[in-house]
Design a protein around this ligand. Structure first.
Ligand code: RUQ
Ligand code: CUA
Length: 669
């Protein structure tokens, strides 16, 4: 439903773009893409898009997948939020994925996307996303477009500076937005912030083959707020750069109190060195609690494990590991250019864009060209590390992406525009308005060493007059600009799911060829799978009823079940026997305090149900799977607790069977 609604909106939008007269009621300065330019975003029916774009859902906790340049929505991937459309967080198999040290957390706020990289280029294997609120990082497998792992980040609160990735996917990072009291006694007065509150940045190791994550080490930091980050690459490989604000260490009214100083910092971390210190035993193991959840592709089930220890490195014991670079004023984005030589800081309240030079950073460190220390950590001299400043770029710079031709594209929230400038000479080359209030922006391959260029996509916070009104809240939106020429040209608007923060786009060819079509039945190791109608059965274990159910066009086996009693919990373990691409079956039972299941070909998923009233309950397939989809239904009878109705089940006969071979075979009862 949601999807077709969006498609409809997109269609309406395309029409509106075609008739520029329709936009004449817009405020002055509102731009629409005219005929020839709009055609660049057109992908004819039946044709594929050139890029996949993975877009964060912000407060929806999900990630969505669009085609570029068409802006067509392909999929919403549930990550940190339950999703009734796919039974995510409702099926017994997926519930453990949302477990945390705080218990089951059904929602979070996903801001940033990181595609895995090899040699500083996208490799199309995984995409990572962060949970801001209850700090976590998720890994999504791009063969199945499914979340396969979630790791909680201990000693963190507001995991915003995350999950940025190193150039060979050695690590994704997690910088804490809130500094918090850490250790044994966390019950301290809030106004003891300066003494008691500390920050961390965490390095989450990624296994080269399996992709499995693991908190390798954390670095203890002063009690400031980390905002964003980027790994060094090329020249600056082995380093990581984190933007920080609130160097004032304010704990109240931050809008004023964290904007006092003229400069905050970018924190430069030599992670290669940190890795060596960790190996050399320089860290201290701290007691913590965090969840590590994994989805097993052969049992189709997730497990959640609580871990208790983390290795923390203190910069005091680890010289030459961490430096601060002054950066005007409350930096947000912190981005490294394709060569890795330039690091761009975007001070939300700054009048210029400072660009730092890695060669100069190295030289300043070697010459100990410091401007004192901050909490014991050396502060490099601003002038010593500065490549230069982009003058009069715009108001409220937030984020910067790059094309392959030495140009940078910076988003400006306050002045609602994208500004193109040259990284070497820092000259502004072009600017285009966005509608309205752009946050992040994305160039395909933009954060890698080989950007594909072609487009820059603006991800906007406000749309006001761009779309048909939908009550008090309007859709957030994206806008695509063609950047193949010297001037940027708007070619398409498209609405998004939730609030888009960051997005990354990758050539379709890198993902399509690996896309999984089915789960092979012979590989199905789910303990409750029924790998054929003949294996369908219903088994009582105390007050648990396990239904080993199969679904195939167009029936369930069994589809009549009797002998359930009040007080029982019924587990429907439904195996979809199809071995054809794109033939999921759904499953739902009337009155169930849960969602539906959506079971992929060859997969087994489980819905748990505790009936509260005696009676007969219909159950049916929720996904239109064939001409006889509407016939794909059945009944389950629930009797009072003391009843002596025997446990029976069948398909294809009015007589209930008592033996496991229930398909169609007349039974003796
Ligand atoms: S942020 S709009 Cu949450 Cu990435 Cu900059
Ligand atoms: Cu199966 Cu509809």
């Amino acid at each position: 439903m949601k999807h077709s609604f969006l498609k409809l909106l997109t269609a309406i939008l395309l029409l509106a773009v075609g008739f520029s007269g329709l936009t004449s009621c817009k405020p002055k300065g509102t731009q629409s893409a005219a005929g020839g330019d709009a055609a660049k975003a057109y992908v004819a029916p039946g044709k594929y898009d050139e890029f996949y774009s993975f877009v964060s859902g912000g407060f929806s906790g999900q990630m969505s997948v669009y085609g570029l340049p068409s802006g067509r929505l392909f999929r919403v991937i549930p990550v940190f939020s339950v999703d009734p459309e796919k039974g995510w967080g409702y099926s017994e198999e997926t519930k453990p994925m949302l477990n945390t040290s705080h218990g089951f957390v059904p929602w979070d706020d996903l801001h940033h996307i990181s595609l895995s990289e090899t040699k500083s280029e996208h490799d199309g294997r995984w995409v990572f996303g962060n949970a801001n609120n209850t700090p976590r990082i998720a890994r999504i497998d791009l063969k199945t477009f499914r979340t396969v792992e979630i790791i909680e980040i201990p000693n963190s609160a507001g995991n915003h500076s995350s999950p940025f990735i190193t150039e060979n996917s050695e690590y994704v990072v997690a910088g804490t937005r809130f500094s918090v009291p850490m250790g044994d006694n966390q019950d301290v007065p809030i106004n003891t912030y300066k003494e008691n509150f500390k920050g961390t940045v965490s390095f989450i190791g990624i296994d080269k083959t399996s992709g499995e994550m693991n908190v390798s080490f954390q670095i203890a930091t002063p009690g400031i707020n980390f905002d964003l980050a980027r790994a060094g690459k090329g020249r600056s490989a082995g380093w990581f750069f984190f933007s920080c604000y609130n160097s004032e260490k304010a704990n109240t009214l931050l809008e004023v109190n964290a904007s006092q100083k003229d400069k905050d910092f970018i924190m430069a971390v030599n992670w290669k060195k940190a890795e060596e210190y960790a190996k050399a035993g320089k860290g201290v193991k701290k007691q913590v609690r965090y969840a590590h959840n994994k989805y097993n592709e052969s049992t189709h089930s997730a497990t959640s494990e609580i871990k208790n220890e983390v290795l923390v490195l203190d910069p005091k014991d680890c010289p030459d590991m961490v430096y601060f670079m002054p950066c005007p004023k409350s930096p947000h984005g912190c981005d490294t250019d394709p060569t890795g030589e330039y690091i761009v800081g975007s001070g939300k309240l700054a009048a210029v864009i400072p660009v730092f030079s890695f060669a100069k950073i190295e030289a300043a460190i070697a010459a100990k060209n410091f401007d004192g220390t901050y909490d014991g950590i050396p502060v490099l001299k601003y002038e010593a590390v500065l490549h230069g400043e982009v003058q009069k770029p715009g108001l409220g710079p937030l984020h910067t992406e790059f094309d392959g031709n030495g140009n940078a594209y910076t988003s400006f929230f306050v002045s609602s525009e994208i500004v193109k400038w040259n990284v070497k000479d820092l000259k502004v080359l072009d600017r285009v308005p966005t509608y309205y209030s752009i946050g992040h922006l994305s160039v395909p391959g933009g954060p890698t060493s080989k950007p594909h260029g072609k487009y820059v996509i603006a991800y906007n916070k406000i749309t006001k007059d761009r779309y048909l009104p939908t009550g008090p809240e309007l859709t957030q939106s994206a806008q695509i600009y063609d950047i193949s020429g010297e001037k940027m040209k708007l070619i398409l608007d498209f609405p998004t799911i939730g609030e888009p923060h960051y997005a990354e786009a990758i050539p379709a060819s890198m993902i399509m060829k690996n896309s999984q079509k089915i789960y092979k039945l012979e590989d199905n190791k789910h303990p409750y799978a029924a790998l054929g109608d003949d294996n369908a059965k219903v088994v009582r274990k105390g007050n648990e009823i396990h239904v080993y159910m199969t679904s195939i066009r167009s029936h369930f086996t069994p589809d009549n079940i009797e002998g359930v009693k009040l007080g029982d919990i019924v587990y429907f373990h439904v195996t979809n026997l199809e071995q054809d691409w794109d033939v999921p079956h759904g499953f739902a039972v009337k009155g169930i305090a849960n969602a539906e299941l959506l079971i992929m070909p060859g997969e087994t998923q489980t819905l748990a149900w505790k009936p509260e009233k005696a009676g007969v309950y219909p159950m049916y397939c929720t996904d239109f799977c064939s001409a006889l989809h509407q016939e794909m239904q059945g009944y389950i009878r629930v009797s009072p607790a003391g009843s002596n109705v025997p446990l029976t089940f069948s398909t294809g006969t009015n007589l209930p069977a008592t033996t496991p071979a229930a398909t169609g075979a007349p039974s003796t009862k």
